[in-house]
Design a protein around this ligand. Sequence first.
Ligand SMILES: O=C(O)[C@@H](CO)OP(=O)(O)O
Length: 245
Amino acid sequence: MTEHTLILLRHGESDWNQKNLFTGWVDVDLTEKGRAEAVRGGQLMRDAGLLPDVVHTSVLRRAITTANLALDACDRHWVPVRRSWRLNERHYGALQGLDKAATRDKYGDEQFMLWRRSFDTPPPPIEAGSEFDQSGDPRYAGVDVPATECLADVIPRMMPYWEHDLRADLSAGMTVLVTAHGNSLRALVKHLDGISDDDIAGLNIPTGMPLVYRLGDDFMPTGPGEYLDPEAAAEAAAAVANQGR
Ligand SMILES: O=C(O)[C@@H](CO)OP(=O)(O)O
């Protein structure tokens, strides 16, 4: 049976992860800790002998820099690079730039968690032309920039990229590294692991931890996805789940 190797990597800690702000499509940088996480992610891939032949990233700096640092650490800085807005973080609407703890205090835990983790409750839309609106950004020329997104909105914009671009490189026998974001990766893992709309609320992806899938010739996993450092990944995923508390 054909076996394809897919490695998913959420970017390292960003400035706004550290400050506990809703980020979405705002193009913030990595913290020093986030850079170290990216390097460590690359070292884990190197130590496991999992060397990417190609990397796919979003068009956001935190994913791009994470990919560069991780690939450098495993001596694969030279592989082909492909980027797409389709791998971007979900757009967090009017919540972009707001403090997570303050938002929870203001609206209550239930509404806060619906906005963060429910499958189909989008945050309020961002106002066009406001500080953290991306609709005029030249990198999105020709893209219908969303004003907000829930996970159910991320799936139809991300899945065509999975079906055409990522699967094309997997078909060519490449080990594919995807460096993206908590919620765009939740959408992909939902598909791969067949997670229901209700159960996806419980899935949190930690920063900077390579998650490896072996896929069969139907491009579905032959076993569970495995973090290269499972203990650290479980601890970091719990920290993501508890943000804003
Ligand atoms: O703010 C965001 O864009 C995301 C990821 O950092 O946050 P959350 O984990 O709350 O969906």
